[in-house]
Design a protein around this ligand. Structure first.
Ligand SMILES: [Zn+2]
Length: 558
């Protein structure tokens, strides 16, 4: 019932028209008969059961290639078998093996730097985090010079180059996180682009032949507190096998305080350095600091897997709509203050897994299969750097030029019904209109990413598929909650990120509210179904960063 009517409470003829529930989603919306009834199977129970199960302690946090990972994948295979889906993987299998390399680095308790003021010793976990950049028995930095390189970005389209041709071979680069955020014309202002992601920073340093790269952590420039860096980068780190690309030996983070201490000891002022980095004329600053560090690495070459279920389509069965959700989380790690060391990953991402299983159930409820086939792709190793979706993008089980769109689910709305829904990547493709059409049917509005500084578009699996040209939708919780005051939504989400994001406490609790999630999953169903039924394929907004890849993919299937 339209929220306004509840306030109105009276039923004049006009009010009747204005207040009656929105007409069912029909052919007029490009949907087949029975779509509304099919969507109705998405209920609290349809979501809650798999989400509680999948995030249970029994799954031990589902880290790649662990017992919990195997259990999680078996669970998905049996759930999709029960739903009546078909194996969607290579050679008729449910699973696409993804070989990963687990690297466990023995990090010394102290990291020492030689400065003009004498040695500066920083403490592991509290002041610095270090991990191996190579898949070898040891990572070595030997008496290398530390150079401050500002944002460490080279972006010709913005006339920006922090390196100015400086030879940084064998250096350790000290870098700022994020990208310039003060001018909407420059790096899209507050919206964090891929240039602002930590992955870009380490890749950028490697391209320069640096031996190490250290990112200065501040909560605003990272988008999360030091605790998340600590939890995410300690323990075994998984990667796809190296393919001979240039790599740094050691990657790391320094806490803001430790960076301040180190830079001050070198006779520089961190604040002034950061200010200087905001100018397009910036050039790298050697800090007269040298350092050495050796990590002994244990290598573990193992397999995890993507899990794929298929619903064959009708007259356009050789084209696909691909739903994605990552099935992994951080496993068993450093205990929290309560001594809990299982990183359950309930919201992140048993939530997304629950959405896909509920949406699959709705598709199976349709009287007729959709025109295009539907592929449910549960990807591995997302927390380790989008490994499963990167692997699928490099070894696609269906031709990317035959994929109409990707709908990715990472996270869930656990706070209640909203008047809006967030579309991460709004403005990038014609999928916006599809989302707006069906959100309006739920009396909701579609809003662009409401935390643009976090760079969510580049932080989940749709990014891997977008890079091979597939237009992607990534729905996130709205922030305008029914019955709540202005700002309440952002407060809840910020508090959750501060307290539970990538922590053992990301668990299902009785505080969770499910009704908003039901609407989000139904919206995901309607949007995917509309794309599956449409004559034409969605397109990227002309000039979008991924349009070229799309044109290439389409050319290969013509
Ligand atoms: Zn996630």
């Amino acid at each position: 019932m339209n929220r306004l009517c509840l306030a109105l409470g009276t039923m004049t003829a006009l009010a009747w028209v204005a207040c009656s529930p929105p007409p069912p989603a029909t052919e007029a919306d490009g949907l087949p008969a029975g779509a509304e009834q099919a969507a109705a199977v998405i209920t609290r129970a349809t979501l809650e059961t798999p989400i509680r199960e999948f995030s249970d302690d029994r799954f031990e946090g589902r880290a790649p290639a662990t017992r919990g990972d195997v259990m999680a994948r078996d669970y998905l295979v049996s759930a999709m078998t029960d739903l009546g889906l078909e194996p969607g993987g290579p050679e008729g299998r449910w699973q696409q093996a993804v070989g990963v390399v687990g690297v466990t680095a023995q990090v010394p308790a102290k990291w020492s730097f030689t400065t003009e003021d004498g040695p500066v010793e920083l403490s592991n976990l509290d002041e610095f985090i270090a991990f191996s950049g190579v898949q070898e028995a040891a990572s070595v930095i030997d008496n290398a010079e530390v150079v401050f390189v500002g944002y460490g970005i080279e972006a010709p389209e913005y006339g920006w180059d922090d390196f100015k041709g400086t030879d940084l071979t064998g250096k350790v680069l000290l870098m700022m996180n994020n990208d310039p955020d003060w001018d909407p014309e420059l790096f899209a202002g507050k919206t964090r682009l891929y240039y602002g992601r930590w992955t870009y920073k380490y890749e950028s340093a490697a391209r320069r032949g640096a031996v190490g790269a250290i990112i200065i952590h501040t909560t605003p420039s990272a988008g999360y507190p030091w605790q998340v860096v600590r939890a995410s980068w300690t323990g075994e780190q998984f990667e796809l096998p190296a393919e001979g690309e240039q790599r740094i030996q050691v990657g790391g983070w320094l806490s803001e305080k430790a960076a301040e201490q180190l830079v001050t000891a070198s006779g520089h002022d961190l604040g002034a350095l950061i200010e200087s980095a905001k100018s397009p004329d910036f050039t790298p600053v050697p800090l007269a600091i040298t350092t050495s560090l050796r990590l002994e690495n244990q290598l573990n070459r193992v397999d995890t897997a993507n899990v794929l279920g298929l619903l064959p389509g009708g007259d356009l069965a050789d084209e696909f709509v691909v739903y994605t959700a990552h099935h992994d989380h951080y496993g068993i790690g450093e205990p929290d203050a309560e001594g809990d060391n299982i990183y359950n990953g309930a919201l992140d991402n048993a939530g997304g897994v629950g959405h896909l299983l509920a949406i699959a159930k709705a598709f199976k409820e349709l009287p007729q299969p959709p025109r295009r086939s539907i592929l449910f792709l549960f990807v591995a190793g997302e927390e380790q750097g989008l490994l499963g979706s990167k692997y699928w993008a490099a070894h696609p089980t269906v031709p990317p030029g035959k994929v109409a769109a990707n709908l990715n689910f990472d996270g869930a709305n656990i706070w209640g019904k909203t008047r809006d829904v967030t579309l991460v990547g709004y403005g990038k493709s014609s999928l916006d209109a599809v989302a707006e059409r069906f959100a309006a049917r739920q009396d909701r509005t579609v809003k662009p990413d409401q935390f643009p500084d976090k760079g969510y578009y580049y932080r989940s699996d749709q990014f891997s598929l977008a890079k091979i040209g597939i237009p992607a939708l990534y729905f996130d919780a709205g922030t305008d909650f029914v019955g709540r005051p202005e700002g309440w939504g952002k407060e809840q989400i910020d508090r959750w990120t501060e307290t539970h994001y990538h922590q053992p406490s990301d668990e299902v609790t009785d505080e969770w509210s499910w009704e908003g999630m039901v609407e989000d999953a139904q919206l995901g169903f309607f949007c995917g179904l509309a794309v599956a039924q449409a004559d034409g394929l969605p397109t990227w907004t002309p000039g979008d960063e991924f349009e070229a890849a799309r044109l290439q993919a389409l050319a290969t299937v013509r």
